[in-house]
Design a protein around this ligand. Structure first.
Ligand code: FNR
Length: 362
C-alpha cells in the first residue's frame, strides 16, 4: 500500500529525486560520509555503471498477470526481494534513526540489518520492529565485546547475524579525511557506550580485529543459535570457503565502494559466486541498487534478494519513517512495474534469459 505524499516528498518520484532532496538537508560533511567511497571512488561508480551495461529481454503474451514480488529468505517471508543493508548511525540522517527505519521496513514487510554502530539500542530497535531484524557484526579485538552484542541482539529477538568480512580496518576515504569528519555530539554508538572515539575511522583502527580468519565463523556460531551470513564476498573461491565453513547465507558486497577501491562492481562477480554456491545457501547482493529494474537484473543473474544502502539514509533525511517508507514503496512499485512489463510472474521466475550485456547480440 502506498501512502499519499505531501510537500517535497510528493515531487520525489524516484530514489534519485529523494537523494537530491536529501543533500541540502544534511551537513555537507555528513553527506560526504554517506555518499563517499574509498580511493578514487572507482568501485563506487562502477557499482552503478554495471547495471547500466545490462539490458532486459522481456517476454510478451506470457499470461503472467499481476507479478508476485514476495519471496522467502532463510525461512521467512519477505514482502519484496530486498532488505535494508547495515548502515552505521541512522541518527546522522534523522533523530529517530534506526527506529524510523525498522518501523518503515516493518510496514513494508522487509528485513533490516542493524549495524554494530547503530545510533539506537538493539532493545529499542527490536521493540519497534515488526519484520525480521538482523545484527551486522564487526568482530572486535576484545571478543567479549562482540559476544555481548550478539547475546543482547539474540535476547532482544534479532533473527540472524551478518558478519562483515571486508573491513579489517576502515577503507581510506578522502572525503572524510579532508573534512576531518567526526560524529556530531548527538550521534553515538548506542550499543557500545564504552567507545568514546568520535571518528568512525578511529573506531575501526583501535578496535577491530585485523587478523580474522575463517575460524571466526565457528566462534560466532558458538556465541548464539542465530543464522550466520557473511557480507563482503567478491570471489567464487571465498564463496566456496564460506559454504564449507557452514554459513547460512552470503552477501556479495564491496561495502558500497567504501573499502578496497578497484574491486569489481558486485553485479559483475555475482554470476561466478552463484555458480560456485550452487544453491547451498542464499546469495544476496548489495551495491548501487537504485531502481526496481536493478533489483530485477540482480535476481535474473542469480541473487535471491538484494540489500539497499544509501537510499535509506536519504529517505530518513527527507522525512524520517515516512521518507524511508517512500524509498521502499518506490522500489517495490518499480519492481512490480518492471516484472509485469517483462512478463516475469514471480521473483523465482527471473533467470539469465531475462538479461543481456549492452551491445548487439551477435
Ligand atoms: C555502510 N555500510 C556498512 N556495512 C556494514 O557492514 N556495516 C556498517 O556499519 C556499514 N555502515 C555504512 C554506513 C554508510 C553511511 C554507508 C553508505 C554504508 C555498507 C552497506 O552495508 C552496503 O554494503 C552499501 O551501502 C551498499 O551499497 P549502496 O546501496 O549504498 O550503493
Amino acid at each position: 500500500m502506498t501512502t499519499p505524499r505531501t510537500g517535497d516528498a510528493a515531487t520525489a518520484l524516484t530514489l534519485a529525486d529523494i537523494a537530491r532532496q536529501a543533500e541540502p538537508r544534511l551537513n555537507p560533511a555528513v553527506w560526504d560520509f554517506i555518499e563517499g567511497g574509498a580511493g578514487d571512488e572507482r568501485t563506487l561508480a562502477a557499482n552503478r555503471a554495471a547495471f547500466d551495461r545490462i539490458w532486459l529481454r522481456p517476454r510478451v503474451l506470457t499470461g503472467s498477470g499481476v507479478p508476485r514480488v514476495g519471496t522467502t529468505v532463510l525461512g521467512r517471508a519477505w514482502a519484496a526481494p530486498f532488505g535494508i543493508a547495515p548502515l552505521a548511525y541512522h541518527t546522522l540522517a534523522h533523530p529517530d534513526g534506526e527506529l524510523a527505519t525498522v518501523r518503515a521496513a516493518g510496514a513494508a514487510g522487509i528485513p533490516v540489518a542493524v549495524s554494530t554502530f547503530a545510533g539506537r539500542t538493539f532493545e529499542e530497535v527490536a521493540e519497534a520492529a515488526t519484520a525480521p531484524v538482523w545484527l551486522q557484526v564487526y568482530c572486535f579485538l576484545d571478543r567479549a565485546i562482540t559476544e555481548n552484542l550478539v547475546r543482547r541482539a539474540e535476547r532482544a529477538g534479532f533473527e540472524a547475524l551478518v558478519l562483515t568480512v571486508d573491513t579489517p580496518h576502515l577503507g581510506r576515504r578522502a572525503r572524510d579525511a579532508r573534512n576531518g569528519f567526526t560524529l556530531p555530539p548527538h550521534v553515538r554508538p548506542a550499543n557500545l557506550p564504552s567507545l568514546d572515539d568520535i571518528s568512525p575511522a578511529e573506531h575501526a583502527r583501535a578496535r577491530f580485529d585485523p587478523a580474522l580468519d575463517w575460524s571466526v565463523i565457528d566462534w560466532l556460531r558458538s556465541t548464539s543459535s542465530l543464522a550466520v551470513l557473511v557480507k563482503g564476498i567478491l570471489t567464487a573461491a571465498d564463496a566456496l570457503r564460506a559454504v564449507e565453513a557452514g554459513v547460512d547465507g552470503i552477501v556479495v558486497s564491496n561495502h558500497g565502494g567504501r573499502q578496497l577501491d578497484g574491486v569489481p562492481p558486485t553485479l559483475d562477480v555475482l554470476p561466478e559466486i552463484v555458480t560456485a554456491v550452487a544453491g547451498r545457501c542464499p546469495v544476496l547482493l548489495d551495491g548501487g541498487i537504485r531502481r526496481g529494474t536493478d533489483v530485477l537484473v540482480a535476481l535474473a543473474l542469480g541473487a535471491d534478494a538484494v540489500l539497499v544502502g544509501r537510499p535509506v539514509l536519504h529517505g530518513l533525511a527527507i522525512g524520517g519513517q515516512d521518507g524511508v517508507a517512500q524509498v521502499l514503496d518506490t522500489l517495490r512499485a518499480e519492481l512490480a512495474d518492471a516484472m509485469s512489463l517483462a512478463g516475469v510472474a514471480a521473483v523465482d521466475r527471473a533467470g539469465p534469459d531475462l538479461v543481456t550485456a549492452a551491445g548487439p547480440r551477435l
